[in-house]
Design a protein around this ligand. Structure first.
Ligand SMILES: *Cc1c(COP(=O)(O)O)cnc(C)c1O
Length: 370
C-alpha cells in the first residue's frame, strides 16, 4: 500500500510488510453474509441460558477452562492433560507455531489454504513454505513431505481444506505422517470436521487414538458446526507436553467463563447439533451439485462452503454476487468461497452463479469439463 502513512515507530520489517487485516464484509440488512463460514442457525438450545447464568463479570475466568477440558477429555477418551482450550483454534495455531518455530525455521502448509497460516509463521519470525494444491484443489501430501528440510518445525494440514473444500483421506494422512520425521509437529486443522460425510476422510481422533502418533496435534473449534464463532472458543487434542509448550506462549485468561459455559451447554445439545450439521451438509451437497450442473467446476465440498475457481475474473464475479445481496469471500486471482448459509440464500446463489458462468472465457479454470 504505497499511499498508507508510514508507521511512526520502528516495527519488525516483516510485520510492517504484512497487509493490514481485512475482515470479510459485513452484510447489509437484506444481504446474506456468506463470507466467513459462519453457522446460519441461532445458538443451540440451552446455550443462551448458560451464558446468562455464567459467573460475574468482575471475576477472572478459570485459566485452564477445567470443566470443559474434563468434559472433552471424557468424550474423546483421553486424559485432561491431552486437551487444551483457547480463545478460538486460531489462537492455538498461533501458540503451536510460536512454541515450535522461530527465525530460520520453516512452517509448511498447502496453498491455497487458510489465510491465517502464512501470517502466523511470519509473526513467529519463521519462514512460511507453501506447497501448491493439486489440480483438483486437494493437499499434495507427498509434495509436502518432500518439502521437509532440517529447518522444518511444523506442518499444517487442513482437512477439509479452507477455502477449497476437499478432505485428506486417512490413507493419505497415514502415509504422510510415516514419511515425516517424528520430531516435526504435524498440526491437523479440523475446523470443519463435523460437516464431513466422506467415509475415507482422515479423523484426527483416530490418528491420536489407535496409532498414538505423538507428533500430531488435532485442532477443532466451536465456531463453525457449534455456531459459537462470536464467543471465541476452540480446542486441541494431543501430547500433553506439546500442549504445555503451546500454553507457555499463550496470553493467560483469554477464554471467558461465558465461552466455556456456552461450549458445555452446546455439548449437552448433541442431538440438535447433529440435526443442524446434517441440514447444512445436505444443503451444501445440493448447492455443489447444482453449481456443477450449471457449468462450474466445483471441487469436492466437505466443509460448510463451496469453492468457485474464478481465476482472473474473481473480483468481478464477487461484484456480481455482491450486487445481488450475497456477500462472498473472493481471493483475488484465484477463486471465491461461498459459505452454506440460510436456505433462502441457496436459490439466489445458484441464480447468480448460473448467469456469470456463461461469461467465463473458453478454457477457463472455473468451467466444468462437461
Ligand atoms: C474457522 C477456522 C478455524 C477456527 O477459527 P476459530 O474461530 O479461531 O476457532 C481454524 N482453522 C480453519 C481452517 C478455519 O477455517
Amino acid at each position: 500500500m504505497t499511499d498508507a502513512p508510514e508507521i511512526p515507530v520502528r516495527v519488525r520489517p516483516e510485520i510492517a510488510a504484512l497487509p493490514p487485516y481485512k475482515q470479510g464484509k459485513q452484510a447489509g440488512a437484506d444481504a446474506f453474509k456468506l463470507s466467513s463460514n459462519e453457522n446460519p442457525f441461532d445458538p443451540l438450545p440451552g446455550v443462551l441460558e448458560a451464558v446468562q447464568a455464567a459467573t460475574s463479570l468482575n471475576r477472572y475466568p478459570d485459566a485452564t477452562a477445567g470443566r470443559l477440558r474434563a468434559r472433552l477429555a471424557e468424550r474423546f477418551g483421553v486424559d485432561d492433560g491431552s486437551v487444551h482450550i483457547a480463545a478460538g483454534s486460531v489462537s492455538i495455531l498461533a501458540q503451536l507455531v510460536l512454541a515450535t518455530s522461530g527465525p530460520g525455521d520453516e512452517v509448511i502448509f498447502a496453498w491455497r489454504s487458510f489465510e491465517a497460516y502464512p501470517w502466523l509463521a511470519v509473526v513467529a519470525g519463521a519462514t512460511p513454505v507453501q506447497v501448491p494444491l493439486t489440480d483438483d484443489a486437494r493437499h499434495d501430501l507427498p509434495a509436502m513431505a518432500a518439502a521437509v528440510t532440517d529447518r522444518t518445525r511444523a506442518i499444517i494440514v487442513c482437512s477439509p481444506n479452507n477455502p477449497t473444500g476437499p478432505i485428506v483421506t486417512q490413507a493419505e494422512f497415514d502415509a504422510f505422517a510415516d514419511a515425516v520425521p517424528a520430531n516435526v509437529l504435524i498440526i491437523l486443522d479440523e475446523a470443519y470436521a463435523e460437516f464431513v460425510t466422506d467415509p475415507e476422510s482422515v479423523d484426527g481422533l483416530r490418528v491420536l487414538g489407535a496409532d498414538g502418533r505423538a507428533n500430531v496435534v488435532v485442532l477443532r473449534t466451536f465456531s463453525k458446526a457449534f455456531g459459537l464463532a462470536g464467543l471465541r472458543i476452540g480446542y486441541a487434542i494431543g501430547h500433553p507436553r506439546i500442549l504445555d509448550a503451546a500454553r507457555s506462549t499463550s496470553i493467560p485468561l483469554s477464554v471467558t467463563a461465558h465461552a466455556e459455559e456456552a461450549a458445555l451447554a452446546s455439548l449437552d445439545a448433541e442431538d440438535a447439533l447433529l440435526e443442524r450439521v446434517r441440514t447444512i451438509a445436505d444443503r451444501r451437497d445440493r448447492l455443489a451439485a447444482a453449481l456443477r450442473g450449471s457449468g462450474w467446476r466445483v471441487p469436492a465440498a466437505q466443509g460448510n462452503f463451496v469453492w468457485l475457481p474464478g481465476g482472473r475474473e474473481t473480483l468481478d464475479l464477487a461484484e456480481a454476487f455482491d450486487a445481488a445481496g450475497l456477500i462472498v469471500r473472493p481471493f483475488a486471482g484465484d477463486g471465491l468461497r461461498i459459505s452454506v448459509g440460510e436456505e433462502d440464500s441457496v436459490e439466489k446463489v445458484l441464480r447468480i452463479a448460473a448467469s456469470v458462468v456463461k461469461d467465463l472465457p473458453e478454457g477457463h479454470s472455473g468451467r466444468g469439463l462437461a
